[in-house]
Design a binder for this molecule. Structure first.
Ligand code: AHG
Ligand code: MN
Ligand code: MN
Length: 334
C-alpha cells in the first residue's frame, strides 16, 4: 500500500497571508505586526529553553518595575526583543509594556497600530521550569498627524484589532484572534515555524475546573467566597466538587481554561484592592480571546472589554472562562 504523506501544513505566516487576502482593502500592516510577534516569540522561546543552563538568565536583576515588582532577567530580555521586533517591523507607532512606566513612542511614518504587551507573564515561574507566556493586544491609533498619544492607548478592549498570547511550555504555542475566531499555532522547533494546530478554537460552555489563588479567600468579596464554597461542595447531581488547578502564570491557567473549560478568578484582595492583573496587557487581550472562543469575561460588574481605561498600568478584578460557569458565579451576587 502506498504511504500517505500529509503535506497539508499551514504555517503562521501562511495563515496570515490567507487571512489578509480575505480583505481586499488590507494594507498588510497588521500582518507585518503579527509576523513580528511570531519572530520575537521564537527568540524568547530559544532563550527560555536555555535558561537553566545560562545562569545569568535566571533570577532577578535587583530592580523593581513601575508596579513595585521584582524584575527578572527574562522580563528584560523579552521586553527588549519584543520592542525591537516591533520597531524593526516598522508598522508600530507606540508600545505600552508592563516593564516600562511610560509609553514607548515610535516615530514611524504612516504606522497606524499600537501594541500593549506583557512581555513575560508568570516570570516568577521561570526558575522552577513552569510555563510562562507573553500577552499582546493591538489597537489602531485614533490620533492623527502627530506622534501617538496617551489616549490612543486608553481605548476600551472592544476596540482591539487583534490580541493573543504565546505559551512557552512542553510545546510553545501562539494563540490569537483578529475578531474572526481564535486560532492556535504550535512551534515545530525542527523547522522553526509555528504551524496551525488548533483551528477555530471554541471553549466548552461548561467546565469542572476552578483556577484561583485560594490563599486570599478570606479577603475576596462575599459573592466570590460563596462561589468558591459552592464549587467545592459535594453534590453528585451537579458534578461537584469542581477541581482546583492554579499554575500562577495567567497564560498557562487561561490556556487550560480555553481547552478544557473552567473558570479563572482573580478577585480584589487587601493588598490589591482593584485586583492584581492589568487591564491593558493582561485582562483585555485575554478577554478578547475568551469571548471569541465562546466564553465570557467580567470584572463582576461589566464586561472587561467595555471598561474605559484611565491609565496604562491600571488593574482590574477578572472572572472569565466557560460561559455557564461565569453566569453561575455572577448569580452569587444576589
Ligand atoms: P507577571 O509575571 O507578568 O507580573 O504576571 C504574574 C501574574 C499572573 O501571571 C498570575 O496569574 C498572577 O500574577 C499570580 O499571582 P498570585 O501569585 O498572586 O496568585
Ligand atoms: Mn503578567
Ligand atoms: Mn510580566
Amino acid at each position: 500500500m502506498a504511504t500517505v504523506i500529509n503535506t497539508n501544513l499551514t504555517t503562521l505566516n501562511g495563515f496570515i497571508n490567507i487571512q489578509e487576502r480575505k480583505y481586499p482593502a488590507a494594507t498588510g500592516n497588521l500582518s507585518g505586526l503579527l509576523r513580528s510577534v511570531g519572530l520575537a516569540a521564537k527568540i524568547v522561546n530559544r532563550e527560555l529553553t536555555m535558561a537553566g543552563l545560562a545562569e545569568d538568565m535566571m533570577g532577578e536583576t535587583g530592580e523593581t518595575n513601575v508596579q513595585g515588582e521584582n524584575v527578572k532577567h527574562m522580563d528584560v530580555f523579552a521586553n527588549e526583543h519584543f520592542i525591537a521586533a516591533f520597531k524593526r517591523g516598522r508598522r508600530c507607532c507606540g508600545i505600552v509594556s508592563e516593564e516600562q512606566d511610560d509609553m514607548v513612542v515610535i516615530d514611524e511614518e504612516g504606522a497606524q497600530y499600537l501594541v500593549c504587551i506583557d512581555p513575560l507573564d508568570g516570570s516568577s515561574n521561570i526558575d522552577v521550569n513552569i510555563p510562562v507566556g507573553t500577552i499582546f493586544s493591538i489597537y489602531k491609533r485614533i490620533s492623527k498627524d502627530c506622534l501617538v498619544t496617551k489616549e490612543d492607548f486608553l481605548q476600551p478592549g472592544t476596540k482591539q484589532i487583534a490580541a493573543g498570547y504565546v505559551i512557552y511550555s512542553s510545546s510553545t504555542m501562539i494563540v490569537y484572534t483578529t475578531g474572526d475566531g481564535v486560532n492556535g499555532f504550535t512551534l515545530d522547533p525542527a523547522i522553526g515555524e509555528f504551524c496551525l494546530s488548533h483551528p477555530n478554537m471554541q471553549m466548552p460552555a461548561d467546565g469542572k475546573i476552578v483556577s484561583c489563588n485560594l490563599s486570599y479567600k478570606s479577603e475576596f468579596p462575599d459573592f466570590i467566597q460563596r462561589y468558591v464554597d459552592y464549587s467545592f461542595e459535594h453534590d453528585k447531581a451537579s458534578q461537584r466538587p469542581y477541581n482546583l488547578r492554579y499554575v500562577g502564570s495567567m497564560v498557562a491557567d487561561i490556556h487550560r481554561t480555553l481547552l478544557k473549560g473552567g473558570i479563572f478568578l482573580y478577585p480584589p484582595t487587601t493588598d490589591s484592592p482593584k485586583g492584581k492583573l492589568r487591564l491593558l496587557y493582561e485582562c483585555n487581550p485575554i478577554s478578547f480571546i475568551i469571548e471569541q472562543a465562546g466564553g465570557a469575561s467580567t470584572n463582576g460588574k461589566q464586561r472587561i472589554l467595555e471598561m474605559d481605561p484611565t491609565s496604562f498600568h491600571e488593574r482590574t478584578p477578572i472572572y472569565c472562562g466557560s460561559k455557564n460557569m461565569v453566569e453561575q458565579m455572577l448569580m452569587m451576587h444576589n
